[in-house]
Design a protein. Structure first.
Lengths: 409, 651
């Protein structure tokens, strides 16, 4: 008799319960619906953190389970944000323009409205006409479809090119990094059609919604929580079945999987595209909470941080990715926000705003060297799961294969 | 005897005095005194010409004094003198002819001549002929520069006259060239102009183009019916053909006042708003005016009622266009000159094109050497050892900052650079060895973990640099002898720093080849890279070799940092700007082969400059397209341009 999915993966249930509890607590303590102990800006930070957890899950799928160290997933994240941002910006500007034009004596024509919106949006980059890529910006539905479609397509094309020519290991990492850099540089241009380095702004205002930010922030928190829950469920389902076994096999010993008759490239392409879509959805939920998106968000360094989160949380386990992303990004906010107390040494005062990155960099090196399991290792310690004894050998010959200390029996 | 001699001397002297009296300028000044005193730009011309062309040596002084507003007229007899201020509102007057002080006079007995700026300019032009022949070389050069800046027809003759007596060869050449240019622009003889154009047609100078371009500049004109005679027509335009659209043609008619303006959408809107009557415009309710069609209807109704100018229909536009002829004319009336100028410009354009290609090639070469310099350290650590070091860019940064710190202690730039280079090598070598011992050694079989761990070091180092040196850019000044550029002509030039970097890149290539092929360390490095166990059993200590090789790669990055810091801003993000390109260079070229890195750098450098040339305003786009190209390139040559074969390839 087959055991049910939940029974095989008790951690999923625990995770979902924790997530639900967390969301409930935040709602109760929020300003919008609860007692007001958590400020709206912190609710937004928590909501954004949930989105980062979601993209970390995607990263764990691609790196922890498939062994592809992609340094380009923030490109998909950013593209998702841009896609939803286009609609938010267009619609909000349209409402403002219609409002101001209705004051005139002659009612505006449709093309006059579109021209005025174009002027409003692209005035900063010295243009006034809508580029082709904004063709669907007036439709929420189409733009939502594009949130998944555009990054998915990019991942599909890029992945097909890369996997087809059997670029693996660090080469693939550098290639994905180059892709992100190319995209960021492209978006930095003023004539890219997405407002150059000004980016899209004012995204926190939902067009046609009168509710205050206190409430809107909670809506986004819930949406992010639901997305994270569903994304986690999907990821857990993907890795638990036969598909999961194949991609784990690819991670540890690609050649053997290929000789067993599996189309390694297809599996890689599928998982690459799937994670790109998940990343895009996370981005589409993140940027309305951040309020602004610009090409700097897509810079290669962001994607490397993503890898850092997953590594610190513990790769190859979904909850590890979530814990890592939440822990590091919240800690980062705490330190860089100036809330951490300075340490006076007498001759020099350590200001955490300046020294946090040094600490993060070094502790990351320490984690890589001394605690390959990351924070997930604490869970293993608690549940008394041990690493297999392979006499120091990795799980496979691949670059992305699990190390002996990383794996659990 | 002596008396006789004295007498003869006296006679001789009186003769000299007499000639001096004959060559006096005062009578000439008196002749034009009324005009000079009146000081009007319209009438002064003959007076200035007379003075300038008098052939008297005093003429220059007179003109200079006049232009400097220090010429004074004695009211009692109307004589003109050079005045110099004495005390108590009185002036010393100096005679122009004798150069002696005539006396000191109170101001009320004198009148100062104050030429206005227009007259001063005329005097200046007249003075040029004297300056062109001045004994002071600097003054002659100044005169030439002023003619270059502000050429005039009147200057042509004095310039021509001054060429022959010019003693300085360099100035003579300049004068000749300028004379040719002025001939093209101002000579009255068409044949001479054409000859001059022909002579200058191979010249790359910007001034030649600046002289020729106004000759072929065109203006658009309209005439009813047929093209008028006696104008130098460049081309006859047919509306609706080529790049001359109907709309453009009609706008031209409107601008020249030959046709009524079309009603624009904006204007229509205004007129409609002005004519709202009881919620309706021309019988159309205002609320319906949110459509183009309704607006047109309302406007037509208004036009019918005569309240607004009526629409210009397309039939009217068409008939207006057919009844006029459109053409472009040259400002220059002579067709022969314009033809010659056009062909000369074409010839120049071709030559400029060739030279620009050369310039672009030099630019690309220099960019390629910068990439090569940035990547050569990686060619050792990543290419030979297979260790991916994301902190490589930070080693470059450390080298640049070392150079900056050295300059704080050694103010002489040449010495400081000579000290900085080995010091930068030492600092980054030590950093590289420390990093290899502490981190990379434990991760040799794990390239992805190495990537992430070195990235962690990279962000820590970057932030550390920010904490120490601040976020603003620090200067790393090149020695004076590296300032400036090597100019081959007006188009091709390359700065000395870039040449130095090119040479440095070549030296590095030599050093790398020497170390890898000719030294014990190189041999051991290659052995350890190919098979560490076998190498170890041969008595090589792999740990030590790895440490030294990694240190060497890092040290070279440090030197590259000094070189890059000389022309780029030294900031904590310096390394970041080069890291991806450096990896690209190594990967595209082919890992494990220095010639591959060279080929990769050359390809990326030339490619980027080539794309920039296609779209010069946008270097961001060039980088974008270059990366996209590289991604596609790797599809076809996944192992780079020069791929290792067999066992050395590692699989």
């Amino acid at each position: 008799m087959q055991r049910s999915f939940i029974a095989k993966n008790p951690s999923v249930l625990i995770f979902l319960a924790c997530l639900a509890l967390f969301t409930l607590m935040v709602t109760i303590f929020s300003e919008g619906f609860g007692v007001g102990m958590i400020s709206t800006s912190f609710v937004k930070t928590l909501g954004k953190t949930l989105c980062l957890c979601l993209i970390a899950v995607a990263m764990d799928l691609i790196w922890g389970f498939t062994g592809i160290l992609s340094l380009g997933h923030f490109a998909f994240f950013g593209l998702g944000g841009y896609m939803i941002g286009m609609w938010l910006m267009y619609e909000r500007t349209r409402l403002i323009v219609v409002e101001s034009l209705s004051q005139t004596e002659i009612p505006p024509t449709r093309s006059e409205i579109v021209d005025a919106i174009g002027n409003q949006i692209f005035g900063v980059v010295g243009a006034n006409e809508f580029p082709l890529i904004w063709a669907f910006a007036d439709s929420l539905f189409l733009q939502l479809v594009l949130v998944v479609l555009v990054p998915g397509l990019l991942a599909l094309v890029f992945g097909w090119l890369a996997f087809r020519s059997r670029v693996t290991g660090v080469y693939l990492s550098i290639l994905t990094q180059a892709m992100t850099l190319a995209l960021a540089l492209y978006l930095f241009q003023n004539d890219s059609g997405l407002r150059g380095n000004n980016g899209l702004s004012g995204l926190q205002n939902l067009p046609g919604v009168d509710a205050s930010q206190d409430v809107v922030s909670l809506w986004f928190l819930w949406a992010s929580a639901v997305a994270l829950g569903l994304g986690y469920l999907l990821a857990a389902w993907v890795v638990s079945g036969k598909f999961g076994s194949v991609i784990r096999g690819i991670r540890d010993n690609e050649a053997r999987v290929r000789f067993l008759g599996y189309s390694v490239e297809t599996y890689k392409l599928m998982i690459f595209t799937l994670t790109a879509c998940i990343a895009a959805i996370a981005g589409a939920l993140y940027y309305p909470q951040a309020g602004i998106i610009n090409p700097a968000e897509i810079a290669p360094i962001a994607s490397i941080y993503l890898a850092v989160w997953v590594a610190i949380g513990g790769r190859g386990r979904l909850y590890g990715a979530v814990i890592g992303a939440a822990f590091v990004s919240l800690l980062s906010t705490w330190f860089t926000g100036g809330q951490a107390p300075n340490i006076p040494l007498g001759f020099y005062t350590i200001k955490w705003v300046d020294w946090w990155l040094v600490l993060l960099g070094l502790s990351f090196v320490a984690v890589t060297l001394f605690a390959p399991k990351g924070m997930g290792g604490l869970v293993d310690y608690w549940t008394q799961r041990r690493s297999p004894n392979r006499h120091g050998a990795n799980l496979g010959p691949n670059d992305g294969a699990m190390r002996e200390q990383e794996a659990s029996k | 005897m002596l008396r006789l001699f004295l007498a003869g001397l006296a006679i001789l002297l009186s003769c000299v005095m007499a000639t001096a009296q004959e060559g006096a300028i005062q009578p000439l000044l008196q002749e034009h005194q009324a005009v000079i005193a009146k000081s009007s730009r319209k009438t002064i011309g003959p007076a200035i010409d007379a003075i300038a062309n008098s052939g008297l040596p005093q003429a220059q002084v007179v003109l200079e004094t006049w232009a400097a507003k220090s010429m004074w007229m004695r009211k009692s007899d109307g004589l003109l003198f050079a005045g110099e201020k004495a005390e108590d509102k009185s002036y010393h007057l100096t005679d122009f002819d004798t150069g002696e002080v005539v006396g000191t006079f109170p101001k009320k007995e004198l009148k100062q001549l104050k030429p206005n700026s227009g007259i001063r300019a005329m005097i200046g032009t007249a003075l040029v002929q004297f300056q062109l022949l001045d004994s002071d070389r600097a003054k002659r050069q100044d005169a030439l520069t002023s003619i270059q800046r502000d050429p005039e027809a009147a200057l042509l003759a004095p310039l021509r006259a001054s060429i022959k007596p010019e003693p300085d060869a360099d100035l003579k050449a300049q004068k000749r060239r300028l004379e040719r240019l002025l001939t093209i622009g101002y000579d009255e003889d068409t044949a001479a102009r054409i000859a001059a154009i022909g002579e200058m047609s191979g010249d790359l100078g910007v001034d030649v183009r600046a002289t020729l371009n106004p000759l072929v500049a065109t203006t658009r004109n309209i005439a009813p019916g047929t093209v008028p005679n006696g104008v130098n027509i460049a081309v006859i335009l047919v509306p609706g053909e080529d790049s001359f659209s109907d709309a453009e043609a009609y706008d031209l008619l409107v601008a020249k006042g030959f046709a009524p303006a079309r009603v624009t959408a904006d204007e229509m809107r205004h007129r409609l708003a002005e004519n709202i009557e009881g919620g309706k415009v021309g019988g159309v309710p205002v609320v319906q005016l949110d459509e183009e069609e309704a607006r047109a209807r309302a406007y037509a109704a208004l036009a019918e009622a005569g309240k607004v100018p009526s629409f210009v229909t397309s039939a009217e536009i068409h008939s207006a266009l057919t009844s006029y002829v459109f053409y472009e004319t040259y400002a220059e009336p002579s067709a022969k000159v314009t033809t010659a100028a056009q062909s000369a410009l074409d010839k120049i354009a071709l030559k400029v094109g060739v030279n620009q290609t050369l310039d672009l090639t030099l630019d690309a070469l220099s960019l390629a050497s910068i990439y090569f310099l940035a990547a050569i350290g990686l060619a050792i650590t990543f290419g030979v050892m297979g260790v991916i070091n994301m902190a490589h860019g930070e080693f470059i940064m450390m080298g640049a900052y070392t150079g900056y710190v050295v300059q704080q202690f050694i103010p002489d730039h040449t010495v400081s650079i000579i000290v900085a280079i080995p010091l930068a090598f030492a600092v980054t070598f030590a950093a590289g060895v420390a990093m290899e011992r502490l981190v990379i050694r434990w991760l040799y079989a794990r390239p992805l973990e190495t990537l992430l761990a070195t990235f962690g070091i990279s962000i820590a180092l970057q932030q550390l640099a920010k904490n120490i040196f601040g976020t603003q850019a620090r200067p790393l000044t090149a020695p004076g002898w590296l300032d400036g550029a090597w100019m081959m002509n007006d188009v091709v030039s390359i700065s000395y720093i870039r040449i130095a970097i090119f040479i440095l890149a070549l030296i590095f290539l030599g050093v790398f080849l020497f170390i890898m092929k000719r030294t014990r360390l190189g041999l051991e490095t290659r052995a350890v890279t190919q098979n560490p166990r076998m190498a170890a059993s041969m008595g090589i200590n792999p740990g030590r070799v790895n440490m030294l090789t990694f240190g060497l790669g890092s040290g070279i990055a440090g030197i590259a940092g000094v070189a890059i810091g000389l022309f780029a801003k030294v900031t904590s993000e310096l390394g970041n700007d080069y890291i991806v390109q450096s990896f690209m260079t190594v990967v595209v070229g082919g890992v494990g082969n220095i010639w591959g890195t060279l080929a990769g750098a050359a390809m990326i450098g030339f490619l980027q400059k080539g794309i920039e040339w296609l779209n010069p305003s946008n270097t961001l786009a060039a980088q974008t397209y270059m990366i996209v190209f590289i991604i596609i390139f790797i599809q076809f040559r996944p192992r780079g341009i020069i791929a290792l074969k067999g066992r050395a390839a590692g699989d």
